[in-house]
Structure formats: structure tokens, C-alpha cells
Design a binder for this molecule. Structure first.
Ligand SMILES: NC(=O)C1=CN([C@@H]2O[C@H](COP(=O)(O)OP(=O)(O)OC[C@H]3O[C@@H](n4cnc5c(N)ncnc54)[C@H](O)[C@@H]3O)[C@@H](O)[C@H]2O)C=CC1
Ligand SMILES: O=C(O)[C@H]1O[C@H](OP(=O)(O)OP(=O)(O)OC[C@H]2O[C@@H](n3ccc(=O)[nH]c3=O)[C@H](O)[C@@H]2O)[C@H](O)[C@@H](O)[C@@H]1O
Length: 463
């Protein structure tokens, strides 16, 4: 089967960039990305390509090239479903906030709604692709919904998890380490897999396209994120030990990373990992393990989250302790709010939790992030529901200029590793601050020696 028409439900951080790259690399395929969120679709269609809703290096060029030719963004979900031979489901699957599994399990309500919508609209056979990250065996539930419509339409369900990282999404999509496709072992399942392989093979070498059964594919996605997050928690655990022993975590990371069995990537100690997925996917893994009675397995993975929470909390605690045990009324400047550099995504960013702790201690927070605005910052804080929204609004102020944000501050906390922070005139910043001028570098971004030579009391993670 040759695919000529693709629909993607969900125009978010995954759906948008993924479909833009498919459209660019497959000019013979019409790709329509649909979403219920009208404002988001309007932003994807904005005449000014710089206003698309997601900031990713290189994304606006790719969208700009394909949009209106074979890449379309629309709120007409039914029409796009009806026309497509292959439908990606790329909707959000957050941690449940209610009922059984609250705070642990993945909330699959959006997934189920998509399945029901497809079942209602489809008039001919279709391939349904799980692009969202899902608990292992979700395809079973999807199949049950889709196969019980009684309209004779046949569906094949594939799992094709996405491994892109934000900030490098375009590069990751153009040159993925691997593309994973899981499907049924029946001839129909294998045909569906081959149809999707043929789409990716337009730019991904075939030897990097991995075919498995559905369950392996679903579970591999959760496992990959768990392993990645575990490395960060592991090095962060060691960072605390370094601080007690005069070892330096950067040196330790380098020393162990040169062992080819360990490898050098993902060993950067930090204020804690953030992002919409690591925590959610590990909690999901823990929940599934517990559901199967595998308590030791669950406890093992839960420790990754416990360590990460500890790392965020001890960062804020250290700021308070170092500032003579009180930050009440003190101006503390945050550089960075996004959960990592080169993205405007702030979901689960460590900065949110550090700010929450410091506001509890009555600090006044000034913030500069090159891509995040006050509205988003307040929405992140209000989501925690720690205090009244007005109190959050009175406690944190976003600046457009980093130097203004830092002037008269007691301390600066670096929460995101934006490259531009390294290029600032730190002498000028030092001169404008109250003394002693403290810098808490949650990303080990700056040169400790240079900072101390200027006069800063400079503290980083793990040294
Ligand atoms: N953000 C990331 O870097 C990665 C995310 N993932 C996974 O991909 C999935 C999507 O993540 P994001 O793109 O970050 O989420 P997102 O929240 O940015 O986008 C999801 C979109 O789906 C839309 N939506 C929800 N229900 C809908 C429905 N019934 N009909 C039409 N549209 C609907 C929402 O309005 C939203 O715009 C999640 O399962 C996530 O775990 C996987 C790899 C990377
Ligand atoms: O499923 C997902 O959503 C994605 O989750 C992560 O991607 P992402 O969260 O976008 O970004 P990462 O580069 O993994 O960083 C996650 C967090 O860990 C932190 N981190 C990362 C690496 C490191 O060495 N140290 C460290 O503190 C980052 O600052 C960030 O807060 C995975 O890397 C992707 O493969 C996956 O597709």
C-alpha cells in the first residue's frame, strides 16, 4: 500500500515538527495536522512564520517550505480523518490527576476520544499509528474500540513512538538514531508496517528502521525515557556526594564517560531534569509494574523521580541557607525558565519548583528567559496551586533584558543552560548587584574561576 494522504491528530511539540519533516521529505504525500485547539492551529497558520507556536531551531524554515503545498494545519478533524490512509495519533498523554492511578498512570482520555472519532468518521480501511507515548498494551484498547463499530472498516494499529528531544527536534527528526515501528505479526500487520517504513525510507536509511511487535515498541519508548532520566538522576546523586568530598562532578562524569561501556552523553549534573515526559513516563512505568505486582521493579524506577525531586529541593534550600538563612524580601534573579535550552517549553521545568520554594520563603523573583513570557511563568506557578494567583503575580517579575533583571539582586540562579548566558558581560552584572553577589549555577554553565575572579560568590552543582 502506498501512502499518499496522512492525518496527524495533535499539533503539539511532537505532531507539528514530526509532520513538517514528513511533508518536507515526502512531497508526494499530503499531510494534514489537526487539533481541537483553534488558537494553536491559527498560530501554525500565521502569515509570519516566526509566530508558529513552537520554538525549535530550524523549524520555521521547514514549515515555511512545506506549508500550503503539502502540509496543512486545520481544526477540521473529521475531514482529515476521512481523507487519510494513515492517521498518527499524537495527542497529549499526561499523568492522571483524578481517580484510580491519580498522580501515576497516564491519562488516556484524549487517546480514547481520538479512537472513537476515527471509528465514527472512517468509511474505508486505515492504518492508525500510535505516536503518543503510551502504556504497554494500549494498542489492545484502541483495537477494541476501533473494531467494535460494526461499519466493516478494518484498522491496523501500529506503534511508532517518537524519540526526538526538544531543542534539537528538527535535527533528531532529519537524522534519527532509529525509527521504531511495532505492528501485528499477521500479514495485514506486516503490510501496514511496510507502508509506514516506505514513508520514513524517503530519508531514513532502511537499516535504521527497526520493526518489532507492538508491545516491544510501546515498552521500548517508556524504557528509553526511563534509562535516560536514570542517568541524570545517577549523576545528580553523585553530585551531592562530590559536594561533600571535594570531588568535582564534571571531572567524575568525564572520567566515567570515557569508558565506552558507559558513554559520555547524558551525564550532565543539573538542578534536576524537567520536561513533559521523563517524570510522566517513569511514573507510568512504576504504575504498570505495580499493577503486575512487580513491587521491586516499581521501587527501582521510582527512585529516579525521588532523586530528581531531591535535587530540585536541595538547590532552593542551598540558596536560602547560603543567603544567611533568609531570602525574605530579597531580589533573586532567575536566568532561564524553560526546562532546557533552545525551547520555549516550560513543562515540569525545575525552575518552577525552585521558584515555588523561594516564594514560600518570601523572596522577590526577577526572571529573564529569552523565549518565555510572564503569562506562561504565572500559569506554571498557578498550576501548582500553592498560593493565590495574585500572590504569585506579586512575587515574580519577568524582564525583557537580562541586565535589568540582575540589577540590585542579592543572588542569581541559573536554571536553564541558554548559550547566551555565557556571553554576558558578567563584570557589568557584578557591578550592578548587591554585595556579596551570589551566583547559584544550576547548570554548571559558567567558568567558576572567571566568576570568582570578578568577585562573585559562585556555587555550582557537584563541586
Ligand atoms: N514533547 C516531546 O518532546 C515528546 C513528546 N512525546 C509524546 O508525544 C505525545 C504528545 O506530546 P506533545 O506534542 O508534547 O503534546 P502537546 O500537548 O504539545 O500536544 C498535544 C495536542 O493534542 C491536542 N489534542 C488533544 N486531544 C485531541 C483530540 N481529541 N483531537 C484533536 N486534538 C487533540 C491538544 O490540543 C494539543 O495541542 C505525548 O504522548 C508525549 O508523551 C514523545 C516524544 C517527545
Ligand atoms: O519522550 C520525550 O518527551 C523525549 O524526552 C527526552 O527529551 P526532552 O525531554 O525533550 O529533552 P532531554 O534532552 O532529554 O532533557 C530532559 C531534561 O533532562 C535534563 N538533562 C539532560 C541531560 C543531562 O545530561 N542532564 C540533564 O540535566 C535537561 O536539562 C532537561 O531538563 C528524550 O531525550 C527524548 O528522546 C524523548 O523523545
Amino acid at each position: 500500500m502506498k501512502i499518499t494522504n496522512i492525518c496527524c491528530i495533535g499539533a503539539g511539540y511532537v505532531g507539528g515538527p514530526t509532520m513538517a519533516v514528513i511533508a518536507e521529505k515526502c512531497p508526494h504525500i499530503k499531510v494534514t495536522v489537526v487539533d481541537l485547539n483553534e488558537a494553536r492551529i491559527a498560530a501554525w497558520n500565521d502569515d509570519d512564520i516566526n509566530n508558529i507556536p513552537i520554538y525549535e531551531p530550524g523549524l520555521n524554515e521547514i514549515v515555511g517550505k512545506a506549508r500550503g503545498k503539502n502540509l496543512f494545519f486545520s481544526t477540521n478533524v473529521d475531514k482529515a480523518i476521512d481523507e487519510a490512509e494513515l492517521i498518527f495519533i499524537s495527542v497529549n498523554t499526561p499523568t492522571k490527576t483524578y481517580g484510580t492511578g491519580k498522580g501515576m498512570a497516564a491519562d488516556l482520555k484524549h487517546i480514547e476520544l481520538c479512537a472513537r472519532q476515527i471509528a465514527k468518521v472512517a468509511k474505508n480501511d486505515k492504518i492508525i499509528v500510535e505516536k503518543s507515548t503510551l502504556p504497554v498494551r494500549t494498542a489492545e484498547a484502541l483495537k477494541s474500540i476501533l473494531d467494535n463499530t460494526g461499519n466493516g472498516v478494518k484498522f491496523q494499529i501500529l506503534s511508532n513512538p517518537e524519540f526526538l528531544a526538544e531543542g534539537t527536534a528538527v535535527q533528531d527528526l532529519l537524522s534519527p538514531d532509529r525509527v521504531l515501528i511495532g505492528g501485528e505479526t499477521t500479514p495485514e500487520g506486516q503490510n501496514a508496517i511496510e507502508a509506514l517504513v516506505d514513508v520514513y525510507a524517503n530519508w531514513v536509511p532502511r537499516e535504521r528502521i527497526l520493526k518489532t511487535n507492538v508491545w516491544s515498541s510501546e515498552l521500548s519508548k517508556l524504557t528509553a525515557n526511563a534509562f535516560l532520566a536514570q542517568r541524570v538522576s545517577s549523576i545528580n546523586a553523585i553530585s551531592e556526594l562530590c559536594e561533600k568530598t571535594e570531588a568535582n562532578v564534571n571531572e567524575v562524569a568525564k572520567a566515567i564517560g570515557m569508558d565506552s561501556r558507559i558513554g559520555s552523553k547524558f551525564l550532565k549534573a543539573s538542578v534536576g531534569f524537567g520536561g513533559s515526559c521523563f517524570q510522566k513516563d517513569i511514573l507510568n512505568l512504576v504504575y504498570i509494574s505495580k499493577a503486575f505486582g512487580l513491587n521491586e521493579v516499581a521501587d527501582y524506577w521510582e527512585q529516579v523521580i525521588i532523586m530528581n525531586d531531591h535535587q530540585k529541593r536541595r538547590f532552593s534550600k542551598n540558596i536560602v541557607q547560603t543567603l544567611y538563612n533568609t531570602v525574605s524580601g530579597k531580589k533573586i534573579t532567575f536566568l532561564g525558565w524553560a526546562f532546557k535550552k533552545d525551547t520555549n517549553d516550560t513543562r515540569e521545568s525545575a525552575a518552577i519548583y525552585v521558584a515555588d520554594d523561594l516564594i514560600n520563603e518570601q523572596a522577590r523573583i526577577a526572571l529573564f528567559d529569552p523565549k518565555v513570557e510572564q503569562k506562561q511563568v504565572l500559569s506554571d506557578l498557578n498550576y501548582l496551586d500553592t498560593r493565590q494567583p495574585e500572590e504569585n503575580a506579586n512575587s515574580i517579575t519577568t524582564f525583557q533584558n537580562p541586565y535589568e533583571a540582575c540589577a540590585d539582586a542579592h543572588a542569581i540562579a541559573i536554571l536553564t543552560e541558554w548559550d547566551e548566558f555565557k556571553t554576558y558581560d558578567w563584570q557589568k552584572i557584578y557591578d550592578s548587584m548587591l554585595k556579596p553577589a551570589f551566583v547559584f549555577d544550576g547548570r554548571n554553565l559558567l567558568d567558576a574561576e572567571k566568576m570568582r575572579a570578578i568577585g562573585f560568590v559562585y556555587q555550582s552543582i557537584g563541586s
